[in-house]
Design a binder for this molecule. Structure first.
Ligand SMILES: Nc1ncnc2c1ncn2[C@@H]1O[C@H](COP(=O)(O)OP(=O)(O)O)[C@@H](O)[C@H]1O
Ligand SMILES: [Mg+2]
Length: 316
């Protein structure tokens, strides 16, 4: 059980923005801050919560929890594809090989949800794939789908793109793309199997692959709650038959709350009370424990100070 007081006390210690110029050139993503120094990138997972591509709040322990899921999955998937990990000097940090990220995001789907469902419901193909009629929201797909999207410049939403167009436009060579799709399906299969063992469904996810010295490697994050949807397996069938939404481990409930406040990514952000932030933290921690199939020992206290110390020691 997640410790209530630990979370409350952590509200004031969350990691929002970092500024560690001693690490190199800084780049701020929605959730992670990167610093690059030649061939090395320091990826720091903050406690920022992003919804509709906007940072809406900070959540105690979120960064640590997500980074730990990614590290665990990089370790478990390295027989399928080599990855960017060099080291992990702190629970919130990954030191990685800087690579040239392919300009497409590799989205894999086992179920009809999110933007895949929205495209299908509007009668559009999903990244060039046309599905049979009559499928319902949250339905298991007849087969696992690869539905890539093209990375949009910061501030804009990614756009779906078909596999054929990726090759035609020369974004990725045909040979490389064949390797990418093999890796993507193998990773998703592995993710699905482990999720099953932990009573979960890996609904869909996004991989980022990149090139370093001509070698294709898995970069970014893998199977975390920020890049994947997970549902609870036990209640899935019942909900599906009833037409009610599945029990979700991802941030869909936060999105729903924001929508109920009239927020869709523009205008003033609704206020997240301490109670709400604590509740979201509990949800993230409990979800991560289910994904990992283990109890997490958290690292309370001022995250920024701890991360900075670890990185000063590491980069010396
Ligand atoms: N090994 C790597 N080499 C280069 N870039 C990477 C690597 N791993 C991850 N990245 C990039 O680092 C950034 C991570 O920060 P994130 O908060 O996810 O940003 P975004 O808002 O762009 O999703 C992403 O732009 C991702 O593509
Ligand atoms: Mg990202």
């Amino acid at each position: 059980m997640v410790n209530e007081e630990l979370i409350r006390a952590q509200l004031k210690h969350v990691l929002d923005v970092t500024d560690y110029r001693f690490l190199g050139t800084r780049y701020q993503g929605k959730v992670r801050d990167s610093y690059t120094q030649g061939a090395v990138r320091y990826l720091i997972t903050s406690d920022r919560l992003s919804c509709f591509d906007v940072v809406v709040s900070t959540i105690p322990f979120k960064g640590e929890v997500l980074n730990r899921i990614a590290l665990d999955w990089f370790e478990r998937s390295k027989h399928i594809v080599p990855n960017h990990i060099i080291g992990a000097p702190d629970p919130n940090v990954m030191v990685v090989r800087e690579c040239k990220i392919l300009p497409v995001e590799i989205v894999v789907r086992g179920y009809l949800a999110g933007s895949g469902w929205r495209d299908y419901a509007a009668g559009r193909p999903i990244s060039g794939v046309t599905l049979p009629p009559g499928l319902k929201m949250s339905q298991k797909l007849p087969e696992v789908l690869l539905t890539p999207s093209i990375k949009a410049p910061s501030g804009e939403h990614d756009q779906p793109i078909s596999e054929a167009e990726i090759v035609q436009r020369g974004l990725v060579t045909n040979e490389l793309w064949q390797r990418v799709r093999e890796i993507a399906f193998a990773l998703f299969e592995l993710g699905t199997r482990r999720a099953e063992q932990n009573g979960l469904i890996l609904v869909d996810t996004k991989y980022e692959l990149g090139l370093v010295d001509g070698e294709l490697i898995l970069a970014d994050e893998i199977h975390t709650l920020d890049c994947s949807r997970y549902w609870v397996a036990q209640s899935y069938a019942e909900n599906f038959e009833r037409g009610t939404p599945p029990e979700m481990l991802d941030k869909e409930p936060v999105r729903q709350w924001l929508l109920s406040q009239g927020y869709k990514g523009e205008g003033p952000i609704p206020n997240f009370s301490d109670e709400r932030r604590s509740q979201i933290a509990r949800h993230y921690i409990a979800s991560a424990e289910r994904i990992l199939g283990a109890t997490l020992t958290l690292h309370p206290g001022p995250v920024g100070d701890r991360v900075e110390q670890a990185l000063r020691a590491y980069s010396r």
